[in-house]
Structure formats: C-alpha cells, structure tokens
Design a protein around this ligand. Structure first.
Ligand SMILES: Cc1cc2nc3c(=O)[nH]c(=O)nc-3n(C[C@H](O)[C@H](O)[C@H](O)COP(=O)(O)OP(=O)(O)OC[C@H]3O[C@@H](n4cnc5c(N)ncnc54)[C@H](O)[C@@H]3O)c2cc1C
Length: 408
C-alpha cells in the first residue's frame, strides 16, 4: 500500500481486517500530506461537485484576481488549460447531474464507513455529529439551490433550510451578515483530521499491519511481483496499490500510465476565537468560498482552489483577501500558526476519483483523485478496493471510477 494519507490508510486497514498481509509505505508519517489540512467535513450529503463558474461577472473577478474563491498563477495556466476545458465541459448542468448520480453510491456510504472504522479504532472523540451549515449572503445565491434540493430529496439526503435567526440560534457567535442558511444534518465532521488518520493507522498495526518508510517511486516489477525499496529493505507483494494523493503522477508517469490529474491547491490557518465565542460545527460562507471549522487547534479557516504548480511557492493571498469578511462572520482572534498551511487536492476534471485496477499493469491498483472529498471517501474507497482485490462482491458498481474512462 503506497501512501499513508486518509485514503491509503483506510485501504490498508480494510485489507488487514480481511486477513491479508499488508505493508503500508510512506516517505513520512501517516496523515501528514493533504489529509493533514482539510476542513474535516465528512460530506456524505454531497450532491453537486464544485463547478467551473458560469456567471460572466464571477469569471472576470477571478481573472482580475479579485475573487476570494479562486486564485491562480499565470505561468501555470498553459499547463492546466486542457484540464480546465475538460472541467468546464463537465460543469454543464446535465453533466453535473450525471456526476451526482455516479458518485452517490460512494457518498451514501461515506459516514457509515467512517463510523465502522472510528468504532474499531476507538476514535469517537474526534467526531462531531452536528452536521454542517452553509450560509448565503443573498436571496439570489440561495435561489440557485433549487436543483440541488430537488436532487438531494431524490437521494434521500436530509437538509433543513433556515432563516438567519434560526441559523443564529444554532451558532450564536456568528455575525448577522447572511440572509439564509442550509443545515445539512447528516454530515459529520472531524476536529483533528491528522489524529483520525493516525487512529486508523494504529488500528492497522494492531491487526499486524506493517508500516515502512520508503519512496514509492522505487516501485518496479520483479519476475512476478511488485517491489518497493524501503528503509528496512525491499518489500515484495503480488498486488501494489497507489494512493499517493497529489504525488501519484510522479510514480504513474514512470510506469507509462497517464491520467489527467491536476491539483487545486488550498490553504488553512487556525485562529483563536475572540472572547468566549465558539463554533459547534463547520460553516461555509458560500459566496466567498471558505469554511470555518472548529478544530482542536482553534478555528480553522480553509480556502477554495488555487491553480498553481503543486510544488510552487506558497501564495496564501486568498486568506488575506478573506480575513476581513471572515472576521465579520465570526470573531477570529489572533492566529495560532506562524504561517498558513498549504495542501493540494488531487483532482480529475470529471470530479470523480479513480478507484480501479491500473490499465495494462497486472496487480497494480489505483485509489487517487479524491479532490474535495478524500477525507469523506477514504473508508468507502478502502472497502471498495479491498472487495475488488479479494474478489468479493463490491458494495457498489465500481465502473464509474475506473481509470480506463480516460482512455477514450
Ligand atoms: C484546504 C482543503 C480543505 C479540504 N477539506 C476537505 C473536507 O472538508 N472534506 C473532505 O472530505 N476532503 C477535504 N479536502 C480534500 C482532502 O483533504 C483530500 O482529498 C485528501 O486528503 C486526499 O487524501 P489522499 O490520501 O489521497 O492523499 P494524501 O493525504 O496527500 O496522502 C498521500 C500520501 O502519499 C505520500 N507520498 C507522496 N509521495 C510519496 C513517495 N514518493 N513515496 C512515499 N510516499 C509518498 C505522502 O507523504 C502522503 O502521506 C480538503 C483539501 C484541502 C486542501
């Protein structure tokens, strides 16, 4: 198992639970990659993925770097242009409905699969079952939700539309700067994503799973098996699974596997609440594209997407743009961290992950591209891959997540 983020650790745990002999290999400690810094929301309620903006004004604001929702590095745009065109094509209303339907089986199992692993790992203290709240500053923004409500109802996803006062009754420390809210009651959140991955990793080792430090890029075929070099020597296996998040392409390219994986970078920073202000659940400021999430470290502000090379220098301008707006919504005090954290969401243009056998490579499996929902979908992905590898009946049809959809 290559990569010990929430996705790889969940897969390793699922395989160990089924009695397989599993080595979990990472160049660092579990959960310290992208899985370290998310907003902590297990978004089983997800209907539509984030879409390419269709409103001309929004596009102009982004182009002029005035939008808090998206930032970009100009020099990176030629590298990501074909991905952006594919993303825009996948953002047409009909395609968004199709994506929502294809992703529903995974999202429908997101919370229940976490609940199973959380119970086994004794990690209940990290879960918050108060749902999450999306806030809308204008009636016009709220009115755009009609198709989402309709599809959510057909999927059986619970939500409660609220007026401002009702939302303030749930979260009294919020400022009255919004008009409408939606409480997605079935979502669960995590107050320390790193600790959750570490708890799953500890459960994995308790089941006799082995953890190694090593570079996944050393993966190669021997006569009939896969081999990776680790600090403890070579590790051989009949099956190898790649869950390297935004770093997956570094390995896959050398194996001749080319997939349209781009990154949407994102930042977070923690702030102490002023006075005795508090937040009971994550809150999205929809028009401004950021989340405030209560964490053990403080209130974590997380940003929307930045289109830039994965390894380019950090440019956390979105946090600077957002802070005055965020402070009007919630009384953020002093920053806890010396500087913002930067991560990179691994994304395919159709907003679906790849959870499948690797094309043309026997015994190689892929679990990459979980985009905005890697925390949400880690355990469901773990179960699906484990069922496919052991020849069990998968809990859902894995075809929509196959890598060969990009071959055409
Ligand atoms: C700001 C932000 C907010 C987010 N909010 C949410 C949210 O609220 N809910 C949600 O569900 N998702 C959220 N996400 C997305 C989520 O965090 C990711 O989808 C998820 O963490 C991806 O997990 P992963 O295991 O695939 O990748 P990673 O966590 O990045 O794990 C990959 C692992 O591979 C290892 N690795 C890389 N290269 C090598 C190598 N050569 N050799 C060995 N090991 C290697 C890394 O060390 C790392 O441990 C958010 C993301 C961001 C950036």
């Amino acid at each position: 198992m290559l990569g010990a983020g929430i996705v790889g650790t969940s897969i390793a745990l699922h395989l160990a639970k089924r009695g397989l002999s599993v080595a979990l290999i990472d160049r660092g400690a579990p959960g310290e990659g992208t899985s370290f810094g998310n907003a902590g929301i297990i978004e089983g309620n997800t209907v539509f993925p984030p879409a390419f903006p269709s409103n001309f004004g929004d596009i102009v604001r982004i182009a002029l770097k005035q939008s808090p929702v998206v930032n970009y590095h100009l020099a990176h745009l030629p590298w990501v242009a074909s991905w952006l065109l594919a993303f825009r094509a996948a953002s047409r209303p009909g395609r968004l409905i199709e994506t929502a339907q294809l992703m529903r089986p995974l999202f429908a199992h997101a919370v229940s699969e976490h609940e199973v692993l959380v119970a086994e790992a004794g990690a209940q203290r990290y879960l918050n079952r108060h749902g999450w709240l999306k806030l809308y500053r204008t009636e016009a923004a709220f009115a755009t939700l009609a198709p989402e409500f309709e599809l959510a109802a057909s999927f059986g996803i619970e939500n409660v539309p609220l007026g401002r006062d009702e939302a303030l009754a749930l979260e009294p420390s919020l400022g009255a700067v919004f008009r409408r809210a939606v409480h997605w009651t079935g979502a669960v959140s995590v107050n320390n994503p790193l600790a959750l991955t570490c708890a799953y990793a500890a459960r994995f080792t308790a089941l006799r799973g082995l953890m190694f430090r090593g570079d996944a890029r050393t993966l190669h075929r021997t006569a009939s098996r896969w081999r990776v070099e680790t600090a403890s020597g070579p590790v051989d296996a009949a099956d190898a699974i790649v869950a390297l998040g935004p770093w997956a392409a570094d390995l896959l390219r050398s194996l001749g596997i080319r997939l349209p994986l781009a990154v949407k970078r994102g930042y977070h920073r923690h702030y102490r609440p002023s006075g005795n202000a508090s937040l009971s659940r994550p809150v999205l400021d929809a028009e401004n594209g950021y989340v405030l999430a209560p964490m053990e470290q403080g209130v974590r502000i997380t940003t929307g997407a930045e289109f830039a090379a994965r390894d380019a220098a950090s440019t956390p301008v979105q946090i600077d743009r957002l802070l005055p707006t965020a402070r009007a919504l919630f009384p953020l005090g002093e920053a806890v961290d010396a500087k913002p954290w930067l991560g990179a969401r691994p994304c395919f243009p159709d907003s679906r992950p790849v959870i499948s056998a690797a094309p043309g490579q026997q015994g190689l499996w892929l679990a990459v591209g979980h985009a905005h929902w890697g925390l949400t979908l880690g355990p469901a992905t773990g179960r699906l891959i484990a069922e496919m590898i052991t020849g069990a009946t998968p809990f859902c049809d894995p075809k929509p997540y196959a890598a060969d959809r990009f071959a055409a």
